[in-house]
Each structure stands twice: as structure tokens, then as C-alpha cells.
Design a binder for this molecule. Structure first.
Ligand SMILES: [Zn+2]
Length: 209
């Protein structure tokens, strides 16, 4: 049943959201995002496996740190659920189903998942620090190029509609350049709003195909 597939996709989205909140916090200060264990920012206690399950751990722990009782901000829960919904809608836009699971669909899905992760991280860092994070932007640009090459060479599909991805990469790049040139810290989170437009454009683009 596809309902199970979409349940899995939702959980993957929540995990993505959990990773994004960690990345938004760690990347700008140059901390490792893959090997270092998460810890409570209040008591510094390392978090165990069961403390890290998105959404559920928040609910079962009553929104508090298991070790020191410090309240965990509700925005983490909201961000995880929002990411879950975004990936779910993306999956729907691709019309994913167990019956028609082709390599093409799987590649499309995983590209989308990684792309959405990168965009959410760019959005989060821009919201917090009013800057486009260079490493994440470069990663997203390379990802988009590889995907478009894959589509044109392997799948031999028409790639015109994927110009929207390049367009948004160009917009991010312009914002990044403007920030570098102006040298003054920006006051608006333009990169965050662009990211919302980007996600909407990608998903609506899929639905209309
Ligand atoms: Zn704690």
C-alpha cells in the first residue's frame, strides 16, 4: 500500500528536518555535522539514540531534556514536522508508488530529498544569520548540475523545465555576491524567502507536469 510508502517518506522528511536544525547551528561555526554526537546545549550531556528520534522523542520526553529537564524549544518539533510535510508533498508531486518504482523515480526522489535538505539549510542559516552559506550553496549548485546532466545524458529527457533550479541557484549566488560587496550585514532574510519560493516552484513544477 502506498500509504506506507508515504509514511516512510514523512519520517525521512522529519529526519531531514532534524539534520537541518543541527546543520544550521553547526555549519556557520565550522563544527562537524556528521561525526560529532548531538548534546544538550544546557547541560552538555551527549544525547542517546532515543533522544534523537524526531518528533517522538520530543513528545515522549515532554519537550524537556532527559538529563537536566531544560525545556527544548518547540520550534525544533515544528521544523521537523514541517520538513516531513515538505518531503511528503514532494513525494506526492512525483506520484511515488510501490507499483511504479523505477530507477528514474528513485533518483528523482533522492535528488529532491538532498536538494530540499540543502535549501532548508540555506534558508535556516539565512534566517538566523542573514547570510548565504557558501559551502552549502556550492554543494547545491554541483548537485543541480549533476542532476541535470543525469537527466539529459542517461534519461534523455527534456531538461527545459529544470532551468528553474539553475535560476534559483543564480539568485542565491547574486545575493551572496551582494553580501560580499556591501560588507554591511544585511537586515532582511531575503535568502530565507527565496528558499520558500524555490521549494514552492520545484513542487508546483512537478505537479503541473
Ligand atoms: Zn540537558
Amino acid at each position: 500500500m502506498d500509504i506506507y510508502l508515504y509514511a516512510i517518506i514523512f519520517v525521512m522528511g522529519c529526519l531531514t528536518g532534524s539534520f537541518c536544525t543541527l546543520a544550521v547551528y553547526r555549519i556557520p561555526i565550522g563544527r562537524d555535522i556528521t561525526h560529532e554526537r548531538s548534546f544538550c546545549p544546557n547541560c552538555n550531556h551527549k544525547l542517546g539514540f532515543f533522544d534523537l528520534i524526531p518528533v517522538l522523542s520530543y513528545i515522549f520526553l515532554g519537550g524537556k531534556c532527559r538529563y537536566c529537564g531544560q525545556k527544548i524549544r518547540i520550534r525544533y518539533l515544528i521544523l521537523e514536522i514541517t520538513s516531513g510535510i515538505i518531503l511528503l508533498v514532494y513525494g506526492l508531486s512525483l506520484n511515488m508508488s510501490f507499483q511504479e518504482m523505477t530507477i528514474y523515480k528513485i533518483v528523482q526522489f533522492f535528488f529532491g530529498m538532498i536538494f530540499i535538505t540543502a535549501i532548508l539549510i540555506i534558508a535556516g542559516i539565512d534566517k538566523e544569520r542573514k547570510q548565504i552559506q557558501k559551502q552549502v550553496l556550492i554543494f547545491a549548485i554541483i548537485l543541480v548540475f549533476i542532476y541535470i546532466l543525469y537527466l539529459s545524458i542517461v534519461e534523455k529527457t527534456n531538461i527545459d523545465r529544470y532551468a528553474i533550479y539553475l535560476f534559483f541557484m543564480f539568485v542565491y549566488f547574486c545575493i551572496y555576491l551582494c553580501d560580499r560587496i556591501s560588507k554591511k550585514p544585511r537586515k532582511n532574510a531575503i535568502g530565507f524567502y527565496i528558499s520558500i519560493c524555490n521549494l514552492i516552484a520545484v513542487i508546483v513544477g512537478n505537479f503541473t507536469m
